[in-house]
Design a protein around this ligand. Structure first.
Ligand SMILES: [Zn+2]
Length: 491
């Protein structure tokens, strides 16, 4: 890889148009002065030009705005369509996932992270979850963390834990087919890292990777025992951040209906998380499609961030979240792509999907609100509130330049609407993370490494094609009984 050097002296950006935050008045010919990776002054360019050598000045001929945070990711580089996994309902999709080819964690994360950079993302929050034992798990997390560092990405990396039936109703209901199909793991929910070993594992992952922080995640409450939730609270009390999936599909409130819905008290996932002390500003929760009004109010009071994943919700048939009601209740809202791209990661398409989902849900959002979710909302979601998401003195210099037409009239025409409603990754000409260029004049510094990683990933897919087809075929036997179970739950 060819990382650009971290600038040591002051760096002055001359911005044709500066949008300091999602609701800011755009400034023409603005200057942003950066020292040690932090913005120290924002002013008309002419006021800052004196005293900064010309070779320390970069001209940005477009709209400069804060870089994005992808607040919910699995760092999957390749669309799952390339593995033969078609879109379907979430529950069936999760079963199909278990038949996919296991890919190299480093290559997958590196290619995924570089793709995120090209769409203007400099901070990602990702859940890493496998069913490996502690040693293998630690090695996987370290590989992902070093890939993120290599890509220049700032990251919250949540070590995911599950210790209850991930894919089956718990306890297995009489409706479930008898013989355990392959892979055996489907019917063996207790696997991977036992909850009691999680604190040691997480503590062992104090990684020397700048910008990458390790947190923990109940992958979803319905997949965690009470013991696991208590262990996660201990991790949070020790200072780790928390991330989770929450009420993504309609079946998760009572977890496919037939079971107790989870742990002590047999109550809903939000009450369970609250009872275990996990609702607080250190928690961000993805999806939230099926939250009720009182639950949304409780999350607002506790300071929990909700991460809206509109593309994923649409592709997996989860429904349209009522994000309007989240914002109106005072919840901090971020945006996450959930690694559900069909071609390449595209934060602009995700923002447009948020607008469309809000229309369908009957509570429209403005482009400014959606941009705020992708910037300041994401900063809060990842524990960087007040340091990321704006271009202002004291904030880290994470910013991007989006080409915005050639005439002044084009540049002037509400840049937020232009960018949210019309831009694409190809329009991102520059990306800076802490003042360090990751994309400059359209050149992506990590491109060659990412392309090499992608080639290795595709070779692995090709080598496993026949075996994967067999596995996915065997898993298809689950789908009809699962649909029956879902239908009965719905009824
Ligand atoms: Zn997810």
């Amino acid at each position: 890889m060819n990382p650009s050097p971290l600038p040591s002296g002051p760096l002055l950006l001359r911005c044709r148009m500066l949008l300091a935050h999602a609701r800011a008045v755009p400034l023409r010919d603005a200057g942003v002065l950066i020292e040690h990776g932090t913005v120290v002054r924002v002013a008309p360019f002419a006021e800052l030009a004196d005293g900064v050598p010309a070779d320390r000045t970069t001209e940005l001929d477009g709209v400069v705005l804060p870089a994005f945070t992808d607040a919910h990711s699995h760092l999957r580089a390749l669309p799952l369509g390339e593995q033969g996994v078609a879109d379907t309902d979430l529950e069936t999709w999760v079963v199909r996932l278990t038949g996919t080819t296991a890919l190299d964690s480093y290559d997958d994360a590196l290619a995924a992270a570089v793709a995120l950079v090209t769409t203007g993302v400099t901070t990602v929050q990702a859940i890493h979850h496998t069913f490996a034992g502690a040693d293998m798990y630690a090695a996987g997390v370290r590989a992902v963390a070093s890939a993120l560092t290599e890509a220049g990405m700032r990251a919250e990396l949540a070590v995911g834990i599950t210790d209850r039936a991930e894919f089956l109703p718990d306890p297995p209901s009489a409706a479930w087919p008898g013989p355990a199909p392959e892979p055996r793991s489907l019917a063996a929910p207790v696997r991977g890292v036992p909850p009691r070993d999680l604190p040691d594992l997480a503590a062992s992952l104090a990684i020397p990777c700048p910008g990458v922080r390790v947190g923990v995640a109940p992958v979803a409450p319905q997949w965690c025992s009470d013991e696991a939730l208590d262990v996660l609270r201990q991790c949070a009390e020790a200072g780790m951040r928390l991330h989770t999936h929450l009420l993504e599909s309609r079946y998760q409130r009572t977890w496919l209906g037939g079971s107790d819905g989870g742990g002590d008290g047999g109550s809903d996932p939000v009450s369970r998380l609250d009872r275990h002390g996990l609702l607080g500003p250190g928690l961000s929760a993805a999806h939230g499609v099926w939250l009720t009004g009182p639950e949304i109010a409780l999350l607002a009071r506790r300071g929990v961030t909700l991460v809206h994943c509109p593309v994923s919700n649409l592709r997996l048939g989860s429904g349209d979240a009522s994000v309007r009601s989240w914002l109106d209740a005072g919840v901090n809202v971020a945006l996450g792509m959930d690694s559900q791209h069909t071609a390449a990661a595209d934060m602009f398409a995700e923002m447009r999907a948020a607008l469309a989902a809000a229309e369908r849900a009957g509570g429209p959002l403005t482009p400014h609100e959606v941009l705020a979710m992708a910037t300041e909302g994401g900063a809060v979601a990842t524990g960087h509130g007040g340091r990321l998401g704006r271009i202002a003195p004291g904030f880290r210099a994470d910013l991007i330049c989006v080409a915005a037409g050639t005439t002044d009239a084009e540049v002037d025409a509400d840049p937020v609407e232009r960018i949210v409603c019309g831009a694409a990754p190809a329009d991102v000409t520059h990306v800076f993370r802490s003042g360090r260029p990751l994309v400059a004049a359209g050149e992506v510094y990590g491109r060659a490494s990412a392309d090499a990683a992608l080639a290795r990933l595709r070779a692995a897919l090709a080598a496993d094609r026949e075996a994967r087809t067999r596995r996915l075929g065997a898993l298809a036997a689950y789908e009809e009984p699962l649909r029956g179970l879902l239908a009965r739950t719905e009824a």
